[in-house]
Structures are given as C-alpha cells and as structure tokens.
Write a protein that binds this ligand. Structure first.
Ligand SMILES: Cc1cc2nc3c(=O)[nH]c(=O)nc-3n(C[C@H](O)[C@H](O)[C@H](O)COP(=O)(O)O)c2cc1C
Length: 179
C-alpha cells in the first residue's frame, strides 16, 4: 500500500530514478504516446535513460528521423505510462517534450552508446519505419538524439485487493483520487 500521508511529489521522480539502477526494473521501459498532425494518437515503448529528480525531467534516446520525433516537433505534448506487475502499480505522467540541441550534451551520451549493442538503433541507412527492400544497411553517420520530457503531473494507481489507491501528483502536492 502507498502511505498517502507521507508521499511527497518528489518521491515519484525518486521511484523512476530507482528503476534506472535496479536490474530489470519494469519501469525502465515505458509507453510514450504522441499525436500526429491529424491528431491521431501513436504509442510505443521507449527506454527510460535519465531522470533529473529536482527538475521533473526524464530523458530517452531515439533516431532523429523516426516518426515520433517528427510528431513531437509538431506537438510536444506527451503522455507516458509505466506498469509494474510485481507491485501492481501503474504510473501515468503528462509532460512536454523537447529535443536536446546542445551538441556537447549529445556527444557525451553518444560516446557511451556508439560502442555498445544499441548503436544500430541510430545508424540505419534508411529512416526507421522505411520499407526494407533487401537487407537493413548501416552507415557511419548516426541520427542519435536525446529527448527530454518535462513532467507536469503524475497519476499513480496501486491495485490492491483491500481497495485500490490512486493519487494525482504535481509539484504543488499530492491529492487522493477515486480509483
Ligand atoms: C522494449 C522496447 C524498448 C524500446 N526502446 C526504444 C527507445 O528507447 N527509443 C526508441 O526510439 N525506440 C525504442 N523502441 C522502439 C519503439 O517502440 C518503436 O518501435 C520505434 O522507435 C519506432 O517508433 P515510431 O515509429 O513511433 O517513431 C523500443 C521498443 C521496445 C519493444
């Protein structure tokens, strides 16, 4: 059970930060929803890479050519959904995304990615989502990008046989909600 009396807004960011260091934590992958130019929603899984607790920021990595990035550039409003089946906790968040443009900040992160197993996620010759005609080709160039999401609110739902619990969390405080 969540102790609603002692829960503080920053605890939610703390939970996300903890998930980065815990091996196989289910909150390491979350569902990110965006909308396209026709206001159609699109959802996909992405890996949580960084959490800045004090500033309510989280970051993930992507290929700058992917449809989600084009959608974010058109409409930066995003919805996130994390699910922890062990604790039976769903964490939803709303926020605004932006592409980090500071080349030094991108290079720092690229250094840690370029020699690792995920380098191919950012170096396909054709953009993600393109039709494959024969094989997927990789090139020296990369389209690695870092997306930062400023979270404005959380909605935490804890499923429990003795009664579900739900809270809305903003930087201003925690409010109990009907589940
Ligand atoms: C477990 C898992 C983790 C993923 N992590 C990322 C990620 O961190 N960044 C990313 O761009 N795509 C990631 N993907 C792929 C996306 O879900 C998606 O298929 C791809 O990025 C294309 O999305 P888009 O067409 O909406 O841009 C992941 C997929 C899975 C199944």
């Amino acid at each position: 059970m969540i102790d609603l009396n002692s829960l503080k807004p920053l605890d939610l960011l703390g939970f996300l930060e903890d998930s980065l260091v815990e091996n196989g934590h289910p909150w390491k992958v979350f569902t990110l929803s965006t909308v396209d130019q026709e206001c159609r929603p699109h959802s996909r899984s992405v890996v949580l890479r960084e959490v800045d607790v004090q500033n309510w920021l989280i970051r993930f990595y992507s290929d700058a050519r992917s449809p989600k990035i084009l959608q974010l550039q058109h409409n930066p409003n995003v919805s996130l959904c994390f699910w922890n089946p062990q604790l039976k906790r769903q964490l939803r968040a709303e926020g605004v995304a932006r592409l980090i443009s500071d080349s030094k900040a991108i290079d720092e992160r690229w250094k840690s990615v370029k020699n690792g197993p995920t380098v191919g996620d950012y170096t396909t010759m054709r953009a993600p989502g393109s039709v494959v005609d024969s094989i997927v080709e990789f090139v020296e160039q990369n389209w690695f990008c870092v997306v930062e999401i400023e979270i404005s609110s959380f909605d935490l739902l804890h499923l429990n046989r003795e009664g579900h619990q739900r809270v809305a969390v903003t930087p201003d405080g925690v409010t109990a909600l009907v589940p």
